[in-house]
Design a protein around this ligand. Structure first.
Ligand code: RB5
Length: 149
């Protein structure tokens, strides 16, 4: 597996640190695209960095964390080839991989604790896409990118 691309804004520095510690403990490689300090910053900049890493083939999966996870998911879903899912529970994390082939997981430091976030991330990383009828639907979702006016 290619290294996971991970980033946060200033609101989720602690959560990103917990997630990276968890990845270290599991021996899963990642690249940290920032932010690296508490200074207020703009989450779309960091969403774009992770999405670019996926578009360039450096990573297959990305993790984006901010205060709610919502801003990051909105920004990521504007990037070509990205299917970002904002998750607050393990069921959604599992099924967004199985059915949606989500390639970016978004979570909010102000919403969930680090323990749950690590469980969600583990499931997201380890669950494969089911394909089959879901491939058709994912293809339809991606075709919407071309239909935009
Ligand atoms: C930053 O205050 C906050 O707006 C951001 O982290 C995120 O929650 C946006 O969706």
């Amino acid at each position: 597996m290619k290294p996971i691309a991970i980033a946060c804004d200033h609101a989720a520095l602690n959560l990103k640190a917990e997630l990276m510690k968890h990845l270290d403990e599991k021996g899963i490689e990642y690249v940290d695209y920032g932010t690296y300090e508490n200074k207020s910053c703009n989450y779309p900049d960091y969403a774009e960095k992770v999405c670019n890493a996926i578009a360039e083939g450096k990573s297959e999966l990305g993790i984006l964390v901010c205060g709610t996870g919502i801003g990051m998911s909105m920004a990521a879903n504007k990037c070509k080839g990205i299917r970002a899912a904002c998750c607050t529970d393990t069921f959604s994390a599992r099924f967004t991989r199985l059915h949606n082939d989500a390639n970016v997981l978004c979570m909010g430091e102000r919403v969930i604790g680090a323990g749950l976030a690590c469980d969600i991330m583990d499931i997201f990383i380890s669950t494969p896409f089911e394909g089959g009828r879901h491939q058709t639907r994912v293809d339809m979702v991606m075709a919407l990118e071309q239909k935009r006016k």
